[in-house]
Design a protein around this ligand. Structure first.
Ligand SMILES: C[C@H](O)[C@H](O)[C@H]1CNC2=NC(N)=NC(=O)C2=N1
Length: 114
């Protein structure tokens, strides 16, 4: 199976299944810097990226926004001085889909393509 970061999101329908516990265990190994969190009963993937200042944080935010638009799959982005919190989950299924793991890997790849 190719790396997550080289995969594309699939169109996600409301009846798409959430990842299983076994899939979660396998997929999270490929994005070790991300943490599964549950908020209001919805499982999400979260990572905090640190930067030297607000300008760098904002530039990274915009790069993540670009890939989100490319895949039409969108994160929560909290942009602050020196850090950006990125949270991925699939609203349509109120949980985690493989798309969220692909986008987390694509987010990590933004850092290495500057
Ligand atoms: C209409 C609906 O918002 C769109 O199909 C897309 C937009 N971006 C999205 N992003 C995320 N994370 N989950 C979605 O379910 C989603 N749906």
């Amino acid at each position: 199976m190719s790396d997550l970061k080289n995969q594309r999101c699939e169109a996600c329908r409301a009846d798409a299944p959430k990842v299983s516990d076994a899939e979660l265990a396998e997929l999270i190994r490929q994005i070790p810097d991300w943490t599964p969190v549950v908020r209001d009963g919805v499982m999400q993937l979260e990572r905090v990226f640190k930067f030297k200042n607000f300008k760098q944080a904002l530039a990274f935010t915009n790069q993540v926004a670009e890939i989100a638009e490319e895949e039409f799959h969108h994160p929560t982005l909290i942009t602050e001085w020196g850090q950006v919190t990125v949270v991925w989950w699939t609203h349509a299924i109120q949980g985690l889909h493989k798309n969220d793991f692909i986008m987390a890997a694509r987010t990590d790849a933004v850092l290495t393509t500057d």
